[in-house]
Design a protein around this ligand. Structure first.
Ligand SMILES: O=C(O)[C@@H](CO)OP(=O)(O)O
Length: 428
């Protein structure tokens, strides 16, 4: 039988977890759709960026799509900026992923690095407007754009002086190692100062602008009417902005078709960073509204976009669903299990009825583990499953322990698709 002609790659953000008395949200979730896919499948585990790396979503996703991060990664900030259509003036601007957060201005203690996920996008847009265009030093400036919930993009620039992305994170939850950031377990929640990651005048000057921006932002935000109103309603103030994952330019990627020879390629993604990755990889991005927090409302919309991409003839379709990650960060086992069950019920079950599984392989995995007991990204191995009607094998079900037990370990996420395509004999 010739191999599959098409691939649908489904990344369940943060769905992987750490077995606890044998159970994980994935293993305990009711997943008839994944169980059906498991009937004709192979599965294993992979290390999205490599052993010992607790990656952020962007780094992990870039790797899983087949791009070796060591060769291509340029920082999350530029991907977030690309995802919301912000250009970077290379050499004189540096883009950061940002979080609106709550701090105690007198002690710089971080009370909540996401404002308890209570900030609405309209509120964030108001606050971003108050910071956008801020002048820094004599020739520096900040460009600020709110994205989804507590998230934003901040571009620090200078009209005359060159800047550098080699600066530390102003966010204790993620530690910089060169251009990549890794999640920190139990970070000390105090607002840090910027440190140059290499001794260059550009990095030192960039840190000077960054520290000035962070300080001025607290003054502006703490007294902003949006926050005064929030405080009146007993809500946390969004009175600080954390910066992480500086980058000077988006990655220059060979088109995704060069990874597996499958084109055209499409992407259905809901967060700016994954949209940025899709654009950088030359995929046709099928726009969906931002997540509303109501999975019952959001998932059918994502399914509809996926089926449209399929019917438009795309041979590689990358779908990124955010659901399970947030309850993982919030230490919510049941919430994470529920998010997985809803993806199965409202996305996977209808999907496999609407596509041809004789010609299409469905690959399901996660970008990283967000173990609910850890409440952060972790470096655990991540399960993957490749399902196709031409396979006569079955792992029984798709979960962390079943896929670990097969012994099919892929050392680096960027090798995953190629190894699956080879084993299934994907038709170029
Ligand atoms: O954006 C998010 O959902 C997460 C992970 O990418 O970041 P943070 O932990 O800052 O909320």
């Amino acid at each position: 039988m010739p191999g599959p002609k098409r691939i649908v790659l489904l990344i369940l953000d943060g769905a992987a977890d750490r077995p606890d008395n044998g159970e994980t949200p994935l293993s305990s979730a009711s997943t008839p759709g994944l169980d059906t896919l498991a009937r004709h499948a192979i599965c294993g585990v992979h290390y999205p960026v490599g052993k010992g790396v607790a990656p952020e979503s962007d780094l992990a996703t870039l790797s899983i799509l087949g791009y070796n991060p060591e060769e291509y990664y340029t920082g999350r900030g530029p991907l977030e900026a690309l995802g919301v259509g912000l250009e970077i003036r290379e050499g004189y601007e540096v883009a950061f992923r940002a979080n609106f957060a709550t701090v105690d201005p007198s002690t710089r203690r971080i009370i909540d690095r996401r404002v308890a996920r209570s900030l609405t996008s309209p509120e964030a847009k108001e606050l971003a407007k108050a910071l956008d265009g801020m002048r820094l030093g004599s020739t520096g400036y900040a460009r600020v754009k709110a994205t989804i919930g507590h998230r934003a993009v901040v571009i620090i620039g200078d009209r005359e002086h060159k800047l550098s992305a080699m600066v530390s994170n102003i966010d204790p939850a993620y530690e910089r190692r060169g251009l990549i950031s890794v999640a920190v377990r139990n970070p000390e929640m105090v607002l840090p100062r910027c440190k140059p990651l290499l001794s260059s005048k550009e990095a030192e000057y960039t840190c000077k602008l960054v520290d000035e921006f962070v300080e001025k932002a607290i003054e502006i935000l703490d007294n902003h009417p949006v926050n005064l109103e929030r405080a009146k309603r007993g809500l946390l103030k969004a009175n600080a902005i954390l910066l992480r994952d500086a980058g000077e330019k988006p990655p220059r990627l060979p088109p995704i078709a060069s990874v597996l020879g499958l084109s055209p390629a499409a992407a259905i993604a809901e967060m700016p960073v994954e949209i940025g990755i899709a654009v950088a990889a030359g995929m046709k991005y099928y726009s969906v509204p931002p997540p509303t927090g109501n999975h019952e409302r959001d998932l059918p919309v994502r399914l509809e976009a996926t089926i449209k991409a399929y019917r438009d003839g795309h041979r590689f379709i990358y779908v990124h669903l955010k659901g399970p990650d947030e309850p993982g960060h919030d230490g919510d086992f049941e919430g994470k299990k529920r998010a997985i069950e809803l993806i199965d019920k409202l996305f996977i079950q209808p999907l496999i009825e609407l596509i041809d599984l004789n010609e299409t392989a469905v690959i399901v995995t996660s970008d990283h583990a967000t173990p609910w007991r850890v409440r952060a990204h972790a470096d655990d191995p991540v399960p993957w499953m490749a399902s196709w009607k031409g396979l006569s094998t079955s792992p029984g079900r798709f979960d962390e322990q079943t896929c670990l037990a097969t012994g099919r370990t892929v050392e680096y996420g960027w090798q995953l698709l190629r190894s699956i395509a080879k084993e299934l004999g994907v038709t170029q």
